[in-house]
Design a protein around this ligand. Structure first.
Ligand code: 0RA
Length: 645
């Protein structure tokens, strides 16, 4: 290296270092957070690079392995990251990709990058946030290797052997200095993202392996995800076992005004609307222009068809956009070269031009479909008319709930035992299964900040009920009034108003058995469908009452699992007495406080929605008509597993 080049090299590496230091100093700016979500985000970031390689047509298989030590290995059979000397940087291109923050995406100008994590930050960020990372490239007949610690190169890229293969292998271990909350990967979280990616990018095979667990036949736990048809298969998967209204999936795939658009939709007999949208494989939770375009295309085309069919002639009231989407499960996926993400969580597409592309695609697809399937068309329009009727009934019921909430003082439900604290941030409300457990909780609570709302037996299954029935239900009205939440404004009949929320912690407390789990799921389904923002804002929790009380003489301890019970019994030694709590009702007030309500000792599980489409499918499966899959799920996932969707 010449003196000049040496100077340049050290200047560049100082710059690279600054980039790395910045990522390590402000990791949340790059990966969102340093909790579970951020930890999993690292995997998505690396996999996205392989997906890009696949979308460019150079790779068809991606392997993701959770290793025994919770490090991750991703492997693809693409061209391999180039290893030759990068002209501008003077070091191997591999080193540039791995160490230069912001290099990843712009590195290869010719390739049309459409994938890319939520933040699209590149593998160099993963490298910066890993205590160790090893990159292996199979390319040009050789195996190349480079290792890093906390983003710093340990040695220059070197050839370590010969090969006929092509591809890139990355193994990284998230840095405990950064991820202080947890380093443990969730198989289910990774599986649902890999499944989603396989559906969104048809033809690619993604193999997920968990080396931490073996199945009964001695194999590592794992799954292979592959979809031959893509979105039409995905929409059926998401629709789960809802009862179909029409048998076929209505789908579109093509380009409109140079924007690749894919749409797939089905109608089912439920009343829920399930729209999922993606931009460059990213789930756009907050929607945006592509969803607006979808809605517009759908409403316009169906309305036109219905008008022309004469079916609306005798209708006494108007039809609104919402009516066209009852019982609709749909996915919109677009690929946008320079996406502008807006909104609170940067998951709302802003690019205006996308709207008409999607709207045109939907019009074309639906017009063809309705023409070719007149029977289905009639069925759909009839459903829309029913939805409009129900909406009018629901509006009336809603106004009644609203009026009740507005009356506020004295308007609180009689069953609510409120707390004395006024600041919602300090307040908690326990939604308790049954009046008797409610009574115990009322005695056991700290009345300063804990309120109790007992719920009678099973609450309404909102998944199967029509909207106006939901708003007429006593228990549900009580929940609305107790929480101080109202729904519906002048502009938007479904808008949620949380500004008067009376408790910032809403704790669902049910028996620790299958029935209790079912009731908890019913309540969660209600929150998910009608007050989703409460979950999204982290207000909803599940209490975890113990399963056993183990006693020996004066010594007593609670256990939350069979394993824990056995361990305590062993620790106590000799003969112990074990009491199994079949329900909250078997505990006295003091025991309930000690184990389940006292903030010092209790474990509350916060409910979160990592993957909206998966959550949606699971809720409809758990609460829908078909019993066998539900039984199997609840049994397989034990007591409260269903909340970690
Ligand atoms: C830049 C250029 C080329 C390939 C890649 C990046 C690449 C990156 C990753 C990351 C994971 N797997 C990957 N596979 C490929 C190709 C340059 C060429 O061969 O012409």
């Amino acid at each position: 290296m010449s003196e000049e080049a040496k100077k340049q090299y050290s200047a560049d590496s100082i710059q690279a270092l600054e980039g790395i230091e910045h990522v390590r100093m402000r990791p949340s700016m790059y990966i969102g957070d340093v909790g579970t979500r951020g930890l999993h985000h690292l995997v998505y970031e690396v996999v996205d690079n392989s997906i890009d390689e696949a979308l460019a047509g150079h790779c068809d298989t991606i392997k993701v392995t959770i290793n025994e030590d919770n490090s991750i290995t991703t492997e693809d059979n693409g061209r391999g990251i180039p290893v030759d000397i990068h002209k501008k940087e003077g070091v191997s291109a591999l080193e540039v990709v791995m160490t230069k923050i912001g290099a990843g995406g712009k590195f290869d100008k010719d390739s049309y990058k459409v994938s890319g994590g939520l933040h699209g930050v590149g593998v160099s960020c993963v490298n910066a946030l890993s205590s160790s990372l090893k990159a292996t490239v199979y390319r040009d007949g050789k195996i190349w290797e480079q290792e890093y610690e906390r983003g710093k190169t340990l040695y220059p890229v070197k050839a370590v052997g010969d090969t006929d293969l092509r591809g890139t292998v990355v193994t990284f271990k998230p840095d405990p200095e950064i991820f202080q909350q947890t380093l443990e990967y969730s198989y289910d979280t990774l599986a649902s993202r890999m499944r989603e990616l396989a559906y969104l990018n048809k033809g690619i095979t993604i193999v997920l392996t968990d080396k931490r667990h073996k199945t009964d036949d001695g194999e590592f736990e794992g799954e292979t995800f592959h979809s031959e048809n893509g979105l039409p298969e995905f929409v059926q998967f998401l629709d789960g076992n809802r009862e179909p209204l029409i048998q076929k999936v209505i789908a579109f795939e093509g380009e409109k005004n140079d924007i690749p658009v894919e749409v797939a939709m089905v109608y089912n007999t439920s009343y829920a609307e399930n729209l999922h949208s993606y931009v460059n494989n990213i789930n756009t939770h907050e929607g945006g222009t592509h969803l607006t375009g979808f809605r517009r295309g759908l409403t316009h085309t169906l309305k036109k068809y219905a008008d022309e069919s004469g079916m609306l002639d005798k209708l006494k009231f108007d039809i609104s956009g919402d009516d066209f989407r009852e019982g609709l499960t749909a996915i919109v996926s677009v690929k946008v070269a320079e996406p502008q993400f807006e909104g609170q969580t940067k998951t709302k597409l802003g690019n205006r031009e996308v709207s008409s592309s999607v709207s045109q695609a939907v019009s074309e697809m639906l017009t063809d479909y309705l023409e070719e399937h007149p029977d289905d068309a009639k069925t759909i329009v009839q459903k829309v008319i029913l939805a409009a009727q129900a909406r009018h009934a629901a509006q009336k019921a809603r106004e009644m709930v609203q009026r009740k909430t507005v009356m506020s003082i004295g308007g609180l439900p009689g069953k609510l035992s409120d707390c004395s604290e006024q600041d919602p941030e300090q307040c908690e409300v326990f939604l308790v299964e049954g009046d008797s457990a409610g009574g115990t909780a009322k005695q056991g609570r700290d009345r300063k900040f804990q309120a109790i709302l007992p719920l009678r037996g099973k609450i309404l299954n909102v998944e199967k009920a029509m909207t106006h029935k939901v708003f007429e239900n006593e228990e549900i009205k009580n929940i609305f009034t107790a929480l101080g939440v109202t729904i519906g404004t002048e502009e938007d009949s479904k808008a949620l108003n949380l500004s008067k929320l009376r408790y910032h912690k809403i704790v669902i407390m049910c028996d620790a058995d299958i029935d209790g789990s079912h009731i908890a799921t019913l309540i969660l389904t209600f929150f998910f469908r009608y007050m989703r923002e409460l979950i999204e804002n982290g207000h909803v929790y599940i209490a975890t009452p113990p399963l056993y009380l183990v006693k020996k003489g004066q010594k007593k301890r609670y256990a939350w699992s069979d394993k824990e019970r056995d361990a305590i019994a062993q620790e106590f030694g000799g003969s112990v007495s074990v009491q199994r709590y079949k329900g909250l009702g078997e505990m006295n007030a003091e025991q309930l406080w000690d184990t389940t309500m006292n903030p010092e000792f209790r474990t509350l599980r916060q409910v979160n929605i990592d993957n909206g489409s998966e959550a949606d499918r699971i809720f409809s499966m758990l609460m829908g008509d078909e019993v066998p899959p539900r039984r199997e799920f609840i049994e397989k996932n034990a007591v409260y597993a269903n909340i970690d969707v």
